[in-house]
Design a protein around this ligand. Structure first.
Ligand code: MSP
Length: 471
């Protein structure tokens, strides 16, 4: 049976339009999906939008639209931008989809019926930006650490609570013990340690309903309350499969997310699934953040970069490369237009683009036609290891080492000084290597890889337009 691979991105809030932070996760998820397809696996790649909650309702009000009209509009900007970047998701989930809403209600009802949800009075500090409660100790100068510009709201209401505390010991066991029935991986390792130490420090129960947020899914047994937006949102990963009839892709192989939402994905989600007696995902991977020229990217700082801006300047293929090569695997990564331009010129115009042009030209002048070199395989050292661990930036570095090495080899062997016959050996090596480089970059640069493969397939290899003109 073909191996199945299900990868997801977070579903993005529609209170914001797509920026390069969202693009980072979505491009990398697409690269991982394409890589697993190349391995012959059957892949399901999911992305979408998170549309309920106070934050979205507030934003809709600001622009004078009904919440649903507002969601329709912004959701579309996400759904439309990804294909322009050659991102091929298999389904785009929206949490206002009535089918999703129904599945959420069924799941919460199931957990309620099993006795893991109870009603209690709650008092807490709520940040609408994060859509979550904080304790006094979490705050920095009485403000949310992630949204210092937003007022923290003191809230006291009767809520339904999920018995998260009951699951803490089971979660610790499941993360730590690879033979546990519910084992799942939290990665990279620093993130795993972070989650384990928080779990061991003690976990309270979680308020999962709201009395005063009408823009949400009603609690099925008490319509005066709506379901907490995170409880609703996390279920997208499961509801999407039910909606598309692809339940056999559950449990997910990989939830790719940013570091700020790790607790929801590596703790709350698994506890919800255990309570509903469903298998937990196999891996949650949280990456770090892009910083723009050393600062947090934010609307108020006015330093947000939109994916369209990058595409206008560099084209979609190079944008994918620039995003993936600066992937903030386990450290924040400083990006910016200046850096991207330098990287584009060094790696794509001068690096890959130049090598391909150079070898094609040599083949043309030396009348080389490809004969019987072995079919290009993905044999670049280290490449698979890095791809399996989602270290896409390092996988690219491996490929670029090969590009440099091939350049050096050609410089040393000087095929242009040799007679046509003698030059053949060097060119066979060069063309074989270019084809294996093309295969390895395919998940990153699908159109470029196809162009290279076509150009070097013969019978006559000819020069072509530069792949990446200098900027
Ligand atoms: N709606 C929730 C997720 C629910 S998933 C069940 C949410 N949405 S969000 O629109 O705020 O998107 C957050 C995600 O966008 C991060 O987890 C990360 O994947 C990506 N990024 C946002 N800013 C980023 C950077 N500056 N750098 C890299 N990625 C970041 O949270």
């Amino acid at each position: 049976m073909t191996k199945k691979f299900f990868v997801s991105t977070p579903i993005y809030y529609v209170n914001d339009v797509p920026h390069i932070g969202h693009t980072c996760t979505t491009v990398v998820a697409d690269i991982i999906a394409r890589y697993h397809k190349l391995l012959g696996e059957e892949v399901f790649f999911l992305t979408g939008t998170d549309e309920h909650g106070a934050k979205v309702a507030e934003e809709a009000k600001k622009v004078g639209l009904s919440p649903q009209d507002f969601c329709d509009k912004v959701s579309q900007t996400f759904a439309a931008i990804w294909p322009k970047l050659n991102i091929h998701f298999d389904y785009f989930i929206r949490t206002t989809n009535p089918q999703h809403e129904k599945i959420v209600q069924e799941l919460i009802q199931k957990i309620y019926d099993r006795g893991d949800i109870y009603k209690a009075k709650y008092e807490g500090l709520y940040c609408v930006g994060c859509e979550r409660f904080y304790t006094e100790a979490d705050l920095v100068d009485d403000k949310c650490p992630l949204h210092p510009n937003k007022e923290i709201q003191k809230q006291a209401e009767n809520n339904y609570f999920f018995k998260l505390s009951k699951y803490a010991p089971l979660l610790i066991k499941a993360i730590e013990n690879p033979t546990d029935l519910n084992h799942y991986q939290v990665s990279p390792s620093a993130k795993k340690e972070e989650i384990l130490s928080k779990l061991k420090a003690g976990v309270g129960d979680l308020s999962i309903s709201r009395a005063n947020v009408p823009w949400g899914i009603p609690i099925p047994w008490d319509k005066s309350q709506t379901i907490y937006v995170w409880f609703d949102a996390l279920i997208n990963y499961y509801s999407a499969l039910k909606i598309t009839g692809k339940e056999d892709f559950w449990p997910a192989d990989l939830h790719l997310i940013g570091k700020e939402i790790l607790w929801f994905h590596a703790v709350i989600w698994e506890a919800m699934l255990m309570a509903a007696k469903l298998p937990v995902p196999k891996e949650v991977f949280a990456h770090n953040f892009y910083m723009i020229d050393g600062r947090k990217m934010s609307k108020s700082l006015g330093n947000v970069i939109a994916p369209q801006q990058l595409m206008d300047k560099f084209g979609p293929e190079a944008t994918r490369y620039l995003i993936a090569s600066s992937f903030p695997y386990d450290k924040d990564s400083d990006v910016g237009l200046q850096r991207f331009t330098e990287k584009y010129n060094a790696d794509l115009a001068n690096g890959l683009g130049n090598l391909v042009a150079r070898v094609a030209k040599l083949c043309e002048t030396k009348n080389y036609s490809p004969s019987n070199f072995e079919s290009a395989s993905l044999k670049i050292a280290g490449y698979h290891d890095f791809m399996q661990k989602f270290q896409v930036n390092l996988a690219l570095e491996e490929i670029w080492k090969q590009i440099k090495a091939l350049d050096v080899l050609i410089n040393n062997q000087k095929p242009w000084e040799k007679a046509d016959e003698e030059a053949q050996t060097t060119l066979t090596t060069a063309v074989g290597n270019i084809l294996s480089i093309a295969k390895a970059v395919e998940p990153f640069l699908p159109e470029t890889a196809a162009k290279i493969e076509k150009q070097f397939a013969g019978p006559k290899i000819k020069s072509a337009k530069p792949l990446f003109p200098r900027i």
